[in-house]
Design a protein around this ligand. Structure first.
Ligand code: ATP
Length: 319
């Protein structure tokens, strides 16, 4: 392999820059040229491809977001669009592509691989919702951001005898919510993996308030329920002021924490190693503290993500 490409796709995540930097620097150390594809699959289709030298990734290790840009480009599901993308890569004599993104981005990488173009996937998303890895790049940074928000809400909640609902990202994965709940000491945890019974939650909070509880934090994953409506119902039932805070995109920004920088650096260098060994169509993960790689098609189609039942139970035990 003499030339490889790298792109970031889907929702941005802190640590993506560190991953791109690692791909570039690890490849250059093996005399492989690297090309950056700007704006994800959209830029791949529009041929926004530029060679990256060592200094193009200087001062990137600590920066949030992705300097390569990212985009949603649903048209990439069409084979003719992907064929044009492959044509662009071949025009630059790029032989393989490293895709950093979430499960949607992995689907794109899988389809390119199926069309005979080798891709390596790196898990870059704050949601921690990708098969074949214990942690994704960006998850721990987002977790710290959420914890910081919960800490601040706790200060004001306890001063004002208020109930606080915190809506946390994660799409359909409750990892960010559960971990933040443990770290932030939330009283109630609502996640997509467990059936949500609104009446049970309200009854439980009411009982707590009747027995003297003056404030509480409820951590809820996005898409689970309408948090502002829920706040009104809880307030009506308990008589305690209740407010919902939707953390939104603040969770996606910020400088990556040490864990994400190191994970991204390890995974980026590992991706280059795999390409040198002639591997294509793989996705990289970390499992039980070891770097691993899986067939990208198998990971998407067959690999279940085990639910962290022990973590969920702990949120209840400690509440
Ligand atoms: P996150 O979950 O963090 O937002 P993601 O990678 O899952 O990241 P998506 O918007 O789902 O984000 O996917 C990113 C891009 O991947 C899409 O805009 C599209 O270009 C491509 N993609 C998604 N699904 C497919 C598919 N089935 N086939 C081909 N390409 C796809």
């Amino acid at each position: 392999v003499q030339k490889i490409g790298v792109l970031t796709s889907g929702g941005d995540a802190p640590g993506m820059n560190a991953a791109v930097r690692a791909v570039v620097r690890a490849a250059l150390s093996k005399n492989i040229e690297v090309f950056g594809v700007y704006d994800g699959y959209l830029g791949l289709y529009n041929n926004k491809i530029k060679q990256l030298k060592r200094h193009d990734v200087s001062d990137m290790i600590n920066r949030g977001g992705t300097f390569l840009g990212s985009a949603r480009f649903p048209e990439f599901k069409e084979e003719s669009i992907r064929a044009k993308a492959i044509e662009n890569l071949k025009e630059h004599e790029i032989e393989a592509l490293v895709v950093i993104g979430g499960d949607g981005s992995y689907m794109g990488a899988k389809k390119l691989t199926e069309m005979g173009y080798p891709c390596i996937g790196l898990p870059g998303t704050i949601d921690n919702d990708i098969a074949g890895t214990d942690y994704t790049i960006g998850f721990h940074t987002a977790l710290n951001t959420v914890l910081d928000a919960i800490d601040r809400l706790r200060d004001t909640c306890s001063s004002h005898n208020r109930i606080s609902i915190v809506e946390i990202m994660g799409r359909y994965c409750g990892d960010l919510t559960m971990m933040a709940s443990i770290g932030g000491g939330a009283e109630f945890t609502v996640i997509p993996e467990k059936e949500f019974n609104q009446d049970d939650l309200i009854q439980s909070i009411s009982a707590d308030v009747k027995s003297g509880k003056k404030h509480a934090i409820i951590a809820i994953t996005e898409h689970t329920t309408k948090v502002n409506k829920l706040a009104k119902k809880i307030e009506a039932e308990t008589g305690l002021e209740t407010r919902a805070t939707i953390l939104g995109h603040t969770q996606r920004g910020g400088a990556p924490v040490a864990f994400d920088r190191i994970l991204a650096s390890q995974m980026g260098a590992f991706a280059v190693e795999l390409l040198l060994q002639g591997e294509g169509g793989r996705c990289v993960g970390v499992q039980s503290n070891k770097l691993v790689h899986h067939d990208i098609i198998d990971a998407i189609e067959n690999m279940p993500r085990p639910f962290k039942e022990d973590i969920y139970n702990l949120t209840r035990i400690l509440a």
